[in-house]
Design a protein around this ligand. Structure first.
Ligand SMILES: [Zn+2]
Ligand SMILES: [Zn+2]
Length: 257
């Protein structure tokens, strides 16, 4: 079994805890060290129990807690080799392991495979986690679905999937046009529609749980994103449990497997 809990999930901060067997991993530390410690304690965990922190990319909403977190604890960090210089500046005493997209590595009881996402960052990555035959995918901050995601995640048991914006809300947000173009472009973020399209592509009865993540607080609402995805799941005849990660609060454990 794998269980997953988001500590925060939005353009203002992202951090996720994944637990399987005797291993605890985090993805991103984009909230303050204080909030991460508090979130971990709500998960009945603490920082020294974390076996690996994996980074998706260097944007502040995925990274900002690292500097303070790593001051007292030498963290085990996993990232793209292109991201290493940035992270080393923030966490000089961390232990680093570089990830190659498509090449699985073992971290405790997990096999972890990184894959490329399409985002305006240095070598951004998504992840597939496997533990005891259970498979969990994590896709965030990508302007489009790429072939590698379809191939790797077609039979996952659980998925955290970006559902960033509602296109009408984005167009009417009053934001400058270059920013609207950036968000909706192929190096930006996934819309609710794009998230639903991907679920249609990989739909299979074994998809037990789906967590919508990284919702924009200005250009989306949990009600809109959830309604649209639930409609898609109903159309497909899937009994998948649907969750929406709260922007600033913890999503309690979601169990898969
Ligand atoms: Zn982000
Ligand atoms: Zn980003």
């Amino acid at each position: 079994m794998i269980r997953v809990s988001t500590l925060a999930s939005s353009s203002k901060g992202n951090a996720t805890v994944i637990h399987g067997g005797g291993t605890v991993l985090m993805v991103d530390t984009g909230i303050s060290a204080t909030r991460i410690r508090k979130g971990l304690s709500e998960c009945e965990l603490s920082l020294p129990q974390i076996d690996g922190i994996l980074y998706t990319h260097e944007h502040t909403d995925h990274l900002c807690g690292l500097g303070v977190l790593s001051k007292r604890t030498p963290l085990p960090i996993y990232c793209s080799r292109y991201l290493l210089p940035d992270l080393r500046d923030s966490a000089p005493n961390a232990r680093f392991t570089c990830l190659e997209p498509g090449a699985p590595i073992q971290i405790g009881d997990f096999s972890v495979t990184a894959f490329c996402t399409s985002h305006d960052a240095v070598d951004p990555l998504g992840y597939l986690f496997e533990c005891d035959g259970t498979r969990l995918g994590y896709i965030t901050d990508t302007g489009r679905i790429m072939r590698g995601m379809r191939e790797l995640l077609s039979d996952v048991d659980g998925l955290l999937l970006e559902s960033n914006y509602d296109p009408d809300m984005l167009q009417n947000s009053g934001r400058p046009y270059p920013l609207i173009d950036r968000i909706s472009g192929q190096w930006g973020h996934l819309s609710n529609e794009q998230a639903c399209d991907f679920i249609r592509e990989i739909a299979h009865p074994g998809l037990q749980a789906l967590v919508l993540v990284h919702l924009s607080q200005d250009c989306n609402t949990p009600a809109i994103a959830t309604r649209q995805m639930q409609h898609t799941l109903d159309e497909l005849g899937l009994a998948t449990r649907l969750h929406c990660a709260p922007a600033t609060d913890r999503l309690p454990w979601v169990c898969i497997g």
